[in-house]
Design a binder for this molecule. Structure first.
Ligand code: NAD
Length: 507
């Protein structure tokens, strides 16, 4: 039996219960049918139906928001060490079911197992990290004034909504939900309609770990129905959102009447800038990894390569050879590097850029093909693609394609590189490759991005701030920044003596 056969047979076992019962909503510790019936989840690997999923609407969101509201006071007031223990139990539960999570996620999203097995464990790390912050999350400051002892304290904001996308859905859900729970908030989670499986596993694991009913509720459904209703619900105090920039605008609009606090993690068209003095072998590895891993369906992917003209030819030639060698295949095969794209709609979007690139006058140096059409596969497979001879005005340079597609743009001077890098609506990440330290300092200071790595691919460190500028988002996650979002600062001033109070109307 090959490793692929073995994984397929394990997956079959894990999916049996979903096929039998579908995925209901989970509200107040109970399974609930969706008030609009069901929709079907399909696999991008072979377009087969995985299972029925509860189709939640405003009615189900209302029930879930009430459950989160009812559970809030007890969860907020639970002693910190007890809450910490439950969150550590969740991390252990994720680790125990990491294989199941990874295999289900691959089948649901098309992501390769080599990446999803790590993403499941990253989910456990998120819970462990924020569990360890629970005790000090409410600590404040002492600010002495001549007449007052001022103290500050932080309180959880209340029930919150978490709306997540389909790319690495399990890891991203834990990234939002773990700090919310650690802060003492209760949660209504609306997972992406294209990838509902692992959100169900997460709520099951959390309840088995001791999370009280109603503290985490999951309502499946579509953005314009359940998602919109969550943003509009008066009992929901904040929305933590990860998704497209244009959806971020809708989230803001929908939350206006209830004065919602929103945290928006949005799209990106991130530059990787390679100067001719860089360690070019390491730069090449990082450039390839940051666009062709996770199917290129990753917000932090470096989808614009800015390469200095002195090394362009040699660098692109090496790139082409490596890109042509990337293994596209079944996502459950441990050797696979790129699996199918998540949905038909997304596949059509990504592949439309193959024609757009040619219309714009760029060169398709590698890929640019639907693999399925060539070899008769069923699923949404594409070849990893490289466009060269591009300029920054082309659509392939300005628009987020969100697939394994890289656009290479030459530059000659540092100023020109900076101008091209910043000439874009987005500002999530940037990657700079140079061995000139002062240039790196100068360049990163002016580069418009929320997160920048120098001589490195994206290596996350959980205490650092995560988020974007411009159309890539508002707000930061990570470390204490997550608590600033899920908590309110409160100031209390205690008089330390009999200071003079102005006596109006006293005579
Ligand atoms: P999307 O915006 O289409 O959907 C994300 C979620 O929002 C889904 O759950 C969807 O149902 C919901 N939604 C859609 N319309 C809504 C509405 N009107 N009100 C409330 N909810 C609504 O995004 P996607 O296609 O699922 O994900 C891909 C996008 O996510 C890319 O743009 C990517 O860059 C971005 N992303 C950003 C980050 C980050 O950290 N900045 C991380 C991952 C993904």
């Amino acid at each position: 039996m090959t490793a692929l056969d073995d994984n397929i047979s394990k997956l079959d076992g894990y999916l049996a219960r979903f096929r039998e019962t579908g995925i209901p909503n989970r509200i107040a510790g109970q399974d609930k049918a969706g008030s609009a019936g069901v929709f079907q989840s399909t696999s991008p690997v072979d377009k087969s139906v995985i299972c029925d999923v509860a189709h939640g609407t405003a009615e189900d969101i209302d029930t879930a928001a009430n459950a989160a509201h009812a559970a809030f006071a007890a969860w907020r007031d639970m002693p910190a060490l007890e809450r910490r223990k439950i969150l550590i139990n969740v991390a252990e539960g994720i680790e125990a079911r990491a294989e199941e999570i990874a295999l289900c996620e691959c089948w649901d999203t098309g992501q390769a197992y080599r990446f999803m097995s790590k993403a499941a464990l990253r989910g456990a790390e998120n819970f462990r990290y924020f569990a360890d912050q629970v005790v000090q999350a409410r600590d404040g400051q002492h600010l002495q004034s001549p007449t007052l002892l001022n103290i500050t304290t932080r309180k959880p904001i209340g029930p919150v909504g978490v709306i997540t996308p389909w790319n690495t859905p399990f890891m991203l859900s834990t990234w939002k939900i773990a700090p919310a729970l650690a802060a003492g908030c209760t949660v209504v989670h609306k997972p992406a309609e294209a990838s509902p499986l692992t959100a169900r596993l997460l709520v099951e694991i959390a309840e088995e770990a001791g999370l009280p009913p109603g503290v985490l509720n999951t309502v499946n459904g579509f953005g314009e129905g359940a998602g919109k209703a969550l943003c509009e619900h008066p009992m929901i105090k904040a929305i933590a959102f990860v998704g497209e920039s244009r959806t971020g605008s809708l989230i803001t609009r929908q939350g206006a009447d209830t004065l919602k606090r929103n945290h928006l993690e949005l799209g990106g068209k991130n530059p990787v800038i390679v100067f001719d003095d860089a360690d070019l072998d390491r730069a090449l590895d990082a450039v390839i990894f940051m666009i062709y891993s996770i199917n290129g369906e990753r917000c932090t992917s470096s989808s614009r390569l800015l390469v200095q003209d002195t090394i362009r030819e040699e660098f692109e030639a090496k790139l082409v050879a490596r890109v042509n060698n990337i293994k596209v295949g079944h996502p459950l095969d441990p050797a696979t590097e790129i699996g199918p794209l998540v949905t038909e709609e997304h596949y059509n979007k990504v592949t439309s850029y193959f024609d757009i690139a040619i219309e714009d006058g760029a060169t398709v140096a590698a890929g640019g093909e639907k693999v399925g059409e060539k070899v008769g596969d069923e699923g949404y497979f594409v070849r990893p693609t490289l466009f060269t001879n591009a300029n920054n005005q082309m659509r392939i340079a300005q628009e987020e394609i969100f697939g394994p597609v890289l656009t290479s743009i030459p530059f000659s001077t540092e100023d020109e590189a900076l101008q091209i890098a910043n000439d874009i609506d987005y500002g999530l990440t940037g990657y700079v490759w140079t061995n000139d330290l002062t240039r790196a300092l100068r360049f990163t200071d002016k580069l418009e991005a929320g997160m920048i790595w120098v001589n490195s691919e994206n290596v996350r460190h959980l205490p650092t701030p995560f988020g974007g500028v411009k159309a890539s988002g508002i707000g930061r996650d990570g470390g204490d920044w997550s608590f600033e979002f899920y908590m309110e600062q409160k100031h209390i001033g205690f008089a330390t003596g009999q200071h003079k109070i102005t006596r109006l109307g006293a005579q």
